[in-house]
Design a protein around this ligand. Sequence first.
Ligand SMILES: Cc1cc2nc3c(=O)[nH]c(=O)nc-3n(C[C@H](O)[C@H](O)[C@H](O)COP(=O)(O)OP(=O)(O)OC[C@H]3O[C@@H](n4cnc5c(N)ncnc54)[C@H](O)[C@@H]3O)c2cc1C
Length: 372
Amino acid sequence: MAAHYDVLIVGGGIAGLSLASALAGSCSVALVEAEQELAYHTSSRSARQLIPSYGPEVVQELTVRTLGLMAARDAQLPEPVLTPRSFMLIGTEESVRAEASGHMSAITHDRALELCPVLVPGAFSAAGLDTGSFGCNAPLLLADHRLRAEAAGADIITGARVHSAQRLGSGWEIGAGQEAFETGVLVNAAGAWADEIAVISGVEKLGLQPYRRTAAIVDVEHPLPGNSPMVAAADNTFYFRREGTEVLISPSETVPSGPEDARPRPGDIERLIVMLNQLTTLGIRGVRSAWTGLRTEAADGVPVAGFDAEAPGFYWFAGQGGYGFQTSSAMAELAAAQILAGQGAGHSAGAAHHPASRTAEALAATRWSIRR
Ligand SMILES: Cc1cc2nc3c(=O)[nH]c(=O)nc-3n(C[C@H](O)[C@H](O)[C@H](O)COP(=O)(O)OP(=O)(O)OC[C@H]3O[C@@H](n4cnc5c(N)ncnc54)[C@H](O)[C@@H]3O)c2cc1C
């Protein structure tokens, strides 16, 4: 017999887990993950930095709200998820100005070198600093969401790939692995596979595109100082930051991919090491580990959250791109409010008194109800 839930979430990454913890306790929730472990794909492959100045305006609002929610949660945890770590953008005057936002202030060349002494002075001519940026203990955050969701009664089922989804009365009948489920609301939090879940469900795809991005942990001759910011090139050719005595580096590539278990390509990290050994005095000696994840985006780069107006009870929670952690708590808060307020097509946030109503309004103006 099929197990029945008010809400069934497909995908056990940061999107699905944060929504499960926001919803559980208010309704019955199941989260179904294809892999044997949670957060196997992009959510275990990020750079773990939350940057208020990064991304489109809506993303920046969601990030500020997420940081507030995480800080409030940190006050209750024995170990914090957030650690202050500023973010510095370097490049030409023009490229830094183009990327800078209200959360970032211009700083002098000397100040930039003081903050990151390994930079070769000729490597950049302008810099901006976002002091409201934080490092994020992603494993701890994911574990906390799981713990909260399960403590509030959510069922988390791993190793069960959703292979079928049909409308059943006012809800959905789902097949996942060997199991069958019935649910009022089907949440599509399947990351790079979100369009595939739509197809399985007989819902029109949104044209979400996964893009590869690689990162590596490298050994260096000259470690970065403890308080050094994450440093990114304004022209998107690299970023790096301290990771203990080692350094995390990324070539910042944005290469289209299908949904897959992405792996680093030969040459990507090696080329980056040659470049960074010219632009810095890090003296990169070797690669400890390297990985690739998929950042999945809608055409306009704005995250997708809302009921599909043409498929009652089908809720999109995808397209988090390179901002899935920094927008997670605010996105989950808003999605939970919307799902609990009404379960159907074309529903709008209606969150005038909601703590994140400004963000809800911003999202309403973009894609808070899909296809309207
Ligand atoms: C190199 C890199 C650096 C990044 N750095 C940052 C950063 O510093 N800050 C930040 O905020 N973001 C960052 N990101 C982006 C962030 O990691 C993503 O936005 C986020 O992890 C996406 O989470 P998700 O839950 O949507 O997707 P995923 O983590 O991919 O989760 C989707 C899940 O759905 C499951 N699934 C798919 N199909 C099915 C099915 N049929 N049945 C059941 N389950 C299914 C998958 O197995 C997967 O576990 C980075 C990404 C990369 C690649």
